[in-house]
Write a protein that binds this ligand. Structure first.
Ligand SMILES: Nc1ncnc2c1ncn2[C@@H]1O[C@H](COP(=O)(O)OP(=O)(O)OP(=O)(O)O)[C@@H](O)[C@H]1O
Length: 611
């Protein structure tokens, strides 16, 4: 099994990246300005409260007088009210920035994911994309909004406290804050270590999520292969790694927190010692001593916070690099500017310029490889007339899906060209081609929603009548009507509440609703019961009528009536003709057909005699 290697990201501050991230905040600049102002006010009021205490001690407590107490109480009450209002405003504005930024980045990421070519999905694990779109984007939003809150508040308070302390008594201020540089160094050191350990925990966590994903998706296979014990052992190893890294992070925190408390106590002790002496010498008031002690304690909080925020910004930078790499990934298959200009894209198609499609298809000297050097097709040639039905048969891995993937332009030829009605399909837009193509996959995917919703995906403006007609045409109507709520029955995630045969019939209806000129069908191999098989075959015949069609056939009975049967081996056509011709030639197809035919006969006899 090959594992997806994630790129390593730089640990230095990347200003360009932050500038780019800041662009996502610009639409919310009003919130940003309001938030900054609110946070300056919160920090400022936090500096004022101890000053109020000092005033109360010096003027009411020590003097034993209540003169002016009402005014004092009113001012205090107003400050409390202002602070409460500020907290509400801060939550509102920071919340708006956070949700706005997260929403915008997610939308952009999702938009790009939809444009990316098949090859991107081949090499990128789903879990990786999901993690980028969820936790990474959330981390960026959190850090930008709440990191900013803590930063502005912290700076305002630190500057405010330092200014007031230095104004009142320079020496006492310097002595009280003498441990701050040490605290800053300790905080930065430990926060870095804690961040590193947490990063590792997160990395393992994403592997654990992947293991969960595989474990749940493959639960049935695990049971049939009796692999529970091995899987559990692998999972145990992973979780043990996680446990060790988490313990490491916890140890750092366990050392860091008492250190901070000790340093804080030393600072407070220094303020008490020197301030106490000054009170005795009457060079400062008792209220001032209390003020300095409060300020010293208050000062340490933002120092610790800033160290944490600094680490969080580093972590958010790694998240930002990952999500930006996803947003910046360019689809490998794109329309040229000239094509876009003339035919438009999926969002703004210029249908008035779209040529009518007939359905003639030519592969001209097409070569293709998924990976460098491993040619799947080499100088492949094929000429298909409009309306012809082509069946592709051949051993597994011979290149059948590759041929139709190229036709659908999910991949493009490395050399050579594919012509549709005599024109290289690169000269027409992808939107034009896709809207003329119907593709039914071997394991058809239905989306959560009702049966009706799923058929309507084929043509969004289809009426209910169109949907029912399409379902009738492909013999799906009867079984749909037998479902609990008919066309309004929920199909479950990925169509999980329906059988494969039923899913295939619905995807036929969906494909036929768009009335495509070219139809591609990767026939289901899973054994459906004979009744459903007959229904499906009948549906296939109806669907293919009058269209150019490609069927990757597994049940040869389906393709007996195909205009041409192509036997593919190693990316080359080794036999080409209709059923009768290939049977006469007694080649690969003949062998395959007679084998399958005999197997079926045997099954039938066994069934009849009940052996
Ligand atoms: N996405 C991919 N990335 C890399 N190699 C691929 C990819 N898809 C197919 N291949 C390789 O290309 C070759 C042709 O595969 P293809 O899927 O076209 O065969 P096929 O005839 O359709 O097989 P099957 O009947 O099993 O579906 C195989 O060797 C396969 O391993």
């Amino acid at each position: 099994m090959t594992t997806f290697q994630e790129q390593e990201y730089s640990k230095k501050i990347d200003l360009n990246l932050w500038r780019r991230l800041f662009k996502y905040v610009i639409p919310y600049k009003k919130n940003l300005i309001r938030l900054t102002m609110v946070m300056v006010a919160v920090g400022g009021i936090d500096v004022i409260f101890p000053l109020m205490t000092r005033y109360a001690i010096d003027n009411f407590v020590l003097k034993g007088s209540f003169q002016g107490l009402w005014i004092f109480a009113a001012v205090y009450g107003l400050l409390v009210l202002a602070q409460a209002t500020n907290v509400k405003l801060l939550a509102l504005n920071a919340g708006s920035i956070e949700t706005g930024v997260v929403y915008d980045i997610r939308r952009e990421g999702f938009d790009n994911l939809q444009q990316l070519s098949f090859s991107y999905y081949d090499r990128t694990p789903v879990g990786w994309m999901m993690a980028r779109m969820t936790s990474d984007v959330q981390r960026i939003g959190d850090t930008i909004a709440w990191g900013l809150v803590d930063m502005v508040w912290g700076f305002t308070m630190m500057v405010g406290i330092a200014v007031v302390m230095l104004t009142i008594n320079v020496k006492l201020a310097l002595i009280s804050l003498s441990v701050v540089p040490l605290l800053a160094i300790v905080s930065v050191y430990f926060q870095q270590k804690i961040l590193k350990a947490h990063r590792k925990v997160r990395k393992i966590n994403s592997r654990i999520t992947g293991a969960f994903n595989e474990g749940i998706m493959g639960a049935k296979t695990t049971k049939t292969l009796v692999r529970e014990k091995e899987n559990l052992m692998e999972f145990k190893e992973l979780t043990l790694d996680m446990f060790n890294s988490s313990v490491k992070a916890a140890i750092y925190s366990a050392v860091y927190l008492p250190l901070v408390v000790t340093l804080g106590s030393i600072g407070t002790g220094l303020a008490m010692w020197y301030g106490g002496k000054a009170v005795m010498l009457e060079s400062i008031s008792y209220g001032t001593l209390v003020l300095f002690i409060s300020y010293t304690i208050q000062f340490f909080e933002p120092v610790r916070d800033l160290a944490r925020i600094f680490s969080e910004f580093q972590s958010a930078q790694a998240s930002a690099e990952r999500i930006m790499s996803l947003i910046d990934t360019k689809p490998e298959i794109t329309d040229t500017p000239e094509v876009l200009e003339k035919y438009g894209d999926v969002f703004q198609p210029k249908k008035e310029n779209w040529p009518e499609i007939k359905g003639n298809i030519t592969f001209k000297n097409v070569s293709f490889s998924y990976k460098d050097g491993e040619k799947v097709l080499e100088n492949f040639n094929l000429d298909v007339k409009a309306g012809q039905s082509i069946a592709l048969v051949g051993e597994t891995g011979s290149g059948k899906s590759t041929i139709v993937n190229l036709l659908c332009r999910f991949y493009e030829p490395v050399s050579g060209e594919i012509l549709i009605d005599g024109v290289n399909y690169k000269e027409r837009s992808q939107a034009w081609l896709q809207s003329n193509l119907g593709y039914v996959l071997q394991t058809p995917h239905l989306f959560s929603g009702t049966v009706k919703d799923n058929i309507r995906y084929g043509r969004l403006d289809a009426s209910n009548e169109d949907i029912i007609n399409a379902a009738k045409m492909v013999n799906a109507h009867d079984f749909i009507m037998k479902l609990e709520n008919g066309y309004d029955t929920e199909v479950g995630e990925g169509g999980s509440r329906l059988s494969t045969g039923e899913k295939q019939l619905i995807s036929f209806a969906r494909a036929i609703l768009a009335d495509p000129r070219i139809f591609v069908l990767d026939e289901a191999t899973s054994s459906v019961d004979t009744e459903t098989e007959k229904i499906i075959q009948d549906a296939i015949q109806k669907v293919l009528k009058g269209r150019t069609s490609f069927i990757i056939a597994h049940r040869l009975s389906t393709i007996r009536s195909a205009d041409r049967i192509l036997v593919i081996s190693d990316g080359k056509i080794i036999e080409d003709g209709n059923h009768a011709k290939l049977m006469r030639e007694k080649g690969y197809y003949y062998k395959l057909y007679t084998n399958q035919f005999m197997e079926e006969q045997e099954k039938e006899i066994l069934g009849k005699t009940n052996i």
